[in-house]
Design a protein around this ligand. Sequence first.
Ligand SMILES: [Zn+2]
Length: 288
Amino acid sequence: MLVNMKTMLAVANEHNFAVPAFNTPTGMIMRGILEASEAAKAPVIIEVHPLELELARPSFITALVEEAHKASVPVCIHMDHGSSLEQIMTAIQCGYTSVMIDASSKSFEENVALTKKICEVAHAVNVSVEAELGTIGTTKQDMDTTSSTEIRYTDPQEAARFVEETGVDCLAVAIGTCHGIYPKGMIPKLQLDLLKEIKEAVKIPLVLHGGSSNRDEEIAAASRMGINKINISSDIKDPFYRKCREVLQDPYIREPDAIYPPCIEAMKEVIFHKFDLLGTTGKAHLYY
Ligand SMILES: [Zn+2]
């Protein structure tokens, strides 16, 4: 069942769980995500970043929409880190049911103005909008060049004003995560007290970016404390391509149907684990 983000996260907000948002520009990873979601009876968000869309071409979104319609679980198709009106309009044309406008590197007023404008056009055609306030750090290994190396934590009162002024559907907050996989020796720590304060000030669903390789207990706690969407990219691509490299050790292997199935299976194990961690397993029935 194809849904937008507002529908997807309203249920998660009410029942205190989070839905993982997995990034992919390829059909093989898409297949694994959908198979795992149906097996776990879990709602799921599939995200395609503008750079991933460039790689995959717009027809990949057509395929995703088709698969989402046929799926036995709710599926939301989301543009990750859109940065301009042009990108957002392209996403809407392609068939995404949700978009993110990331103007977090701009001033508060500019962020409000752009997000408000995007909400007006997207909401007119039932497409949901995610925005970001505060800045999430980067580990320098990911594609998101708008990320800064420093984290600017989200201010709860500013967040309340932002939501009020923009009409946004969900808000990405900066509480101590970074994009990408953390370098050895770096231990990320989530500010769960800050999350609690933000959730008290803001009633809409909150989003956590950079959810890869944070400690399981922290991610699980965040998903019970008001985070309703957690972006996970590196953590599923890693097992997929690790297995891929292993399979390709055989110099004669060349058929995709020999190469990819074990990669999909290796990735699905991680996806099942994430669903359990976030409380998503078995929650699909709440949407029907
Ligand atoms: Zn992000």
